[in-house]
Design a protein around this ligand. Structure first.
Ligand code: SF4
Length: 665
């Protein structure tokens, strides 16, 4: 069968190497890079993605010296000591027919430790520590360190290296006037500011010889004041090519940029125009990246001549077989990355090993059994929310005979509601993929009618898994039966349309999502990309649209709203709500609801908040009625997800619990 993605399937020459297709797995820190004693796990992680078809992969960043490390973890390649551990990775990847580059990343002022250095001692807005200024001698030494690290990478069996020259790390810091105010040979004119990256590229080329691949990750647009202009970036690209790079992989924005670049709020391939400009300026292959999670988007980028290859990073966490599925005509089976960042970037920023909300095996491949179960069992999974789906899939893949029950006609449970939230549209793609995967795995779906304890007992299952999820908590307050009081599910599923003045009770993740859903303005006269660029001020003054509603969020607890939101996406959501004028009142005591509105006491002052709609987002309770009925009849059951533990809806925990149990049955 011909592949539906012929351009992605084409081989390509990069330097002296022939790559088998146009898919690149971009660099991701997994959190294991600083622990060579755990490189068996990293080897398996990369080997799975090589087996899944990625032509070229790039490791997380390794610093060429001590000062350049990103965190306190010794994620450095400056000696032969760790080469045996690295060889486990390269051997595993090559055994699966893949190629892998080691990324060299000097963090400069972005390092989170006390020895950070930079061209000029200017503190970063995202770091509490100030860097020390590099002396000219230290700069020379750093260039040598890059070259030595590149040589060590080759010795370890890597196919080459990637020079991290974007996202605001040391190389960006040399290039931008924002962070380089030196008056010696390394600062001032663009020529001087680019001396460091160009010397790094030349020295690295000498260390790699002609055969080693050198990718240069170029900042296609800095998205910060005092960053490089487009003309400067194109000049730099031509100079880096002349200095010896084999290909460019584009990065977008510095980490301190106030513009989102990879959150769900960012339209698909929003920044690919900047990559296309670089492609137009150079003759070596250019690899596009950022918010590309579908092979259709990647193929379109190639078809329109905007890049020569496409890099995806997080999509390889959510599905290691992404390439084989895409090129093999099974794109509908791909677990599409939903840009939630909950188990990848948010894990990294909180010092946890990176994984994936949709694919909890990622980064933990060795914790799961791949062999079939010794004896096939008859398994009932009751509740087709994400915990139940994950459990059913893992159990069926082990060879068990699985039936998935749900009273609803469709799978997805509360996860489905998320598809209504701005920036979470891709959650629907994840559910569609689950649907196909369940079918493929042979899971029998018994949807559209609630199953009771008698039926389950009569069916004589070997294992019964209860994943019945949660029931939203209702409001316990005089006047709570007022017709203006509604639950969040009715708002999100569209069965109730909120009025102009809305109060949201609850400041958790759902309260924030509902606020964004209700605050979203109608921007239908603009394309999605144009609306995004106007809102965030990309290439024009920032001009957020106006919300059609007056929204107030309330919560009982003191302190600011949104503290539990993810580190990498919470700031985007908080900024959007500010842009839409959403008022937030913490430390509230609710008194009653009457015709005048919601009566509250806030900081010892009584207040009445008029409202057309009061949306309750006050948590959930575990739905364990069926589990209790079965255990009362002597039937042992497994309970996973929200049915086991309610509180904040937590799809990441639910999916992981379901998957682990399914794999162990
Ligand atoms: Fe994508 Fe979310 Fe998985 Fe990260 S955790 S890889 S963003 S689906």
């Amino acid at each position: 069968m011909a592949t539906p993605f012929p351009l992605l399937a084409e081989p390509i020459q990069v330097g002296r190497s022939q790559l088998k297709n146009r898919f690149v797995m971009g660099s991701m820190h997994t959190g294991l890079e600083g622990q060579p004693d755990r490189f068996d796990e990293l080897a398996r992680f990369y080997a799975d993605r090589a087996k899944g078809g990625a032509a070229l992969m790039i490791t997380g960043g390794f610093s060429p010296n001590h000062a350049g490390r990103v965190t306190h973890h010794p994620c450095i390649l400056d000696s032969e000591e760790t080469l045996p551990a690295h060889r486990k990775i390269t051997a595993a990847v090559h055994a699966e027919g893949g190629r892998i580059l080691l990324q060299l990343l000097h963090a400069g002022r972005y390092g989170y430790h006390s020895d950070i250095v930079a061209p000029t001692p200017i503190k970063s807005p995202i770091n509490k520590d100030s860097p020390a200024e590099l002396s000219a001698e230290q700069i020379r030494q750093t260039i040598e360190d890059y070259a030595r690290a590149a040589g060590l990478a080759l010795e370890a069996g890597y196919d080459g290296v990637e020079i991290m020259g974007s996202e605001g790390y040391l190389i960006s810091q040399f290039l931008a006037q924002r962070t380089n105010q030196r008056s010696d040979d390394w600062g001032g004119s663009l020529e001087n500011r680019s001396r460091f990256p160009l010397e790094v590229v030349r020295a690295t080329r000498r260390a790699l010889g002609a055969n080693g691949i050198m990718s240069y990750r170029i900042s296609a647009c800095d998205l910060v004041e005092g960053g490089l202009s487009e003309a400067d970036t194109l000049w730099l690209a031509r100079a880096v090519e002349a200095a010896g790079a084999d290909c460019f992989l584009t990065g977008i924005g510095w980490h301190e940029s106030a513009i989102p670049t990879i959150a769900g709020a960012v339209p698909q391939a929003a920044f690919v125009g900047a990559t296309a400009a670089i492609k137009g300026a150079v003759s070596i292959p250019v690899i596009a990246s950022n918010r590309i999670n579908l092979p259709e988007t990647a193929e379109r980028i190639l078809r329109e001549g905007q890049a020569d290859m496409v890099s995806m990073a997080r999509p390889f966490l959510s599905d290691p077989d992404l390439v084989n599925k895409a090129l093999g005509g099974q794109a509908d089976l791909i677990s599409v990355c939903i840009a939630c960042n909950q188990a990848c970037l948010d894990h990294y920023f909180t010092d946890q090993i990176v994984s994936c909300l949709l694919n909890p095996r990622a980064g933990r491949e060795l914790d799961y059994q791949d062999s079939p179960a010794k004896a096939a069992k008859k398994v009932a999974v009751v509740g087709a929310g994400v915990a139940g789906i994950a459990c059913a899939l893992e159990a069926a893949r082990k060879g068990h005979d699985v039936t998935l029950y749900d009273a609803a006609d469709e799978i997805g449970g509360q996860f489905k509601l998320a598809t209504k939230i701005p920036g979470k549209r891709d959650y629907g793609l994840a559910i569609a993929a689950y649907d196909r995967q369940l079918m493929e795995a042979g899971v029998r779906a018994a949807l559209g009618a609630a199953v009771d304890a008698e039926t389950l007992l009569a069916a004589d299952h070997d294992e019964v898994v209860i994943s019945t999820g949660v029931t939203p908590r209702s409001l316990d307050l005089p006047g709570a039966d007022d017709p203006r009081v509604v639950g969040y599910t009715a708002i999100l599923d569209g069965s109730i349309v909120a009025g102009k003045r809305v109060l949201i009770i609850g400041g958790g993740g759902i309260g924030h999502d509902v606020a964004l859903f209700l605050a979203q303005p109608d921007t239908s006269e603009l394309s999605e990309l144009a609306a995004f660029e106007e809102h965030w001020g990309i290439g024009q003054p920032r001009n957020p649209p106006t919300s059609p509603r007056e929204i107030t969020m309330l919560k009982r607890s003191p302190g600011r709203f949104g503290r539990t939101l993810g580190k990498s996406t919470g700031w985007v959501l908080r900024q959007e709500l500010r842009d839409y004028g959403v008022r937030q009142i913490p430390d509230v005591s609710y008194q009653r609801i009457d015709e005048a509105g919601l009566h509250i006491v806030h900081r010892n002052v009584a207040e009445v908040l008029p409202a057309d709609t009061i949306v309750v987002c006050a948590g959930q309770e575990s739905d364990r009625g069926l589990a209790d009925a079965l255990t009362a009849r002597g039937r042992s059951v497994h309970i996973v997800g929200g049915a086991r533990l309610s509180g904040e809806l937590d799809a990441k925990r639910a999916i992981e619990e379901g998957a682990k149990l399914g794999n162990q049955l």
